[in-house]
Write a protein that binds this ligand. Structure first.
Ligand code: FVH
Length: 283
């Protein structure tokens, strides 16, 4: 079904989102602070609105993808939001989402908050995911249209949930990247081929270890961190060994040290018999 959809914000991500909606056959109106960025989309069939108010007026679904929440408030200030669904895909914090929902609600609009789990090049490709939270009727009304941009997953009526899950997934990513960078620095110090190490050793190892995560979740849900696999004393000693090896290789273990600090703290509390999953209680 072809919808009237407005996209406010034509940065790298907003442009990719708008292009995917045009490609899917929707009637797309666009607005951007710097209007020239709309040119390629207009060439593909989008309508350029002169103001945010005109863009909002043109469609019942308004997708916003700007720098941050203050810029969203600024842009929507004079827009006629009554009867509109605002899907705000700008990255923010969980606490900002209900404030934005209330602000849109006071103006008669319905609100969805979103978290984009993709880079612009992934939009409309397999693997791209957008998390939504907030108004269920709004999500159900536009679920099909959302699917043109990326797989659409509704995470509940708690408006801040998409943002929280987005930030949690980013946290997991940063932790993994931190470990990978330390590993690569260590391997580089020994002049071993980095690509061979990465593709043949590191990636399969990380994947195998990730498969253990559901077991940790079971421990956390049960609040029972006893282990017969690799307790914190083994990990404390392993970390000490790692840090020493890094120093001997002339590599800084800076991205690894915070984890060592937390392990040491837990062991100092007399909980050396626990597994790594118990570290969650220190956070
Ligand atoms: N790019 C990515 O990989 C990530 C993936 C995950 C989600 N993010 C979030 O998406 C939001 C937009 O990101 P972006 O990549 O499109 O960012 P830019 O290319 O820098 O575009 C920024 C747009 O925001 C407009 N803008 C900034 N400040 C204002 C303002 N005060 N008033 C009106 N518009 C404003 C800017 O306009 P212009 O500079 O072109 O005139 C762009 O349209 C972001 O939340 C990411 O975290 C992307």
């Amino acid at each position: 079904m072809s919808e009237n959809i407005s996209v406010l914000g034509l940065g790298l991500m907003g442009t990719a989102l708008a292009a995917s909606l045009i490609e899917a056959g929707h009637h797309v109106t666009v607005w951007n602070r710097t209007p020239a960025k709309a040119d390629p989309l207009v060439a593909r069939g989008a309508t350029l609105a002169a103001t945010p108010a005109q863009a909002v007026d043109a469609s019942s679904l308004v997708i916003v993808c700007l720098l941050d929440y203050p810029s969203v408030l600024e842009v929507l200030q004079d827009a006629p939001l009554a009867g509109r669904v605002v899907a705000n895909l700008t990255t923010g914090r969980p606490a900002e989402a209900p404030e934005m929902a209330a602000w849109v609600g006071e103006r008669g609009g319905d609100y969805l908050d979103g978290g984009i789990m993709a880079v612009p090049q992934m939009i409309a490709q397999p693997g791209a995911l957008i998390l939504y939270s907030g108004s269920r009727p709004a999500f159900e009304r536009y679920e099909q249209a959302f699917g043109a941009m990326a797989a659409a997953r509704y995470t509940g009526e708690d408006t801040g949930m998409a943002s929280l899950l987005d930030l949690a997934m980013l946290t997991g990513m940063y932790g993994q990247m931190a470990g990978a960078l330390e590993a690569l620095a260590l391997v580089r110090s020994a002049k071993y081929p980095l690509m061979e190490f990465t593709t043949e050793l590191l990636i399969p190892w990380i994947n195998a270890m990730s498969a253990q995560l559901p077991r940790w979740v079971a421990d956390i849900e049960a609040g029972d961190y006893r282990t017969e696999v690799s307790n914190l004393e083994i990990n404390r000693s392993g970390m000490e060994n790692l840090v020493r090896a890094f120093e001997e290789q002339g590599v800084k273990p800076d991205l690894l040290l915070p984890m060592k600090t937390v392990i040491d703290r837990r062991v100092a509390r007399g909980l050396a018999h626990e597994g790594l999953s118990g570290l969650i209680e220190e956070l």
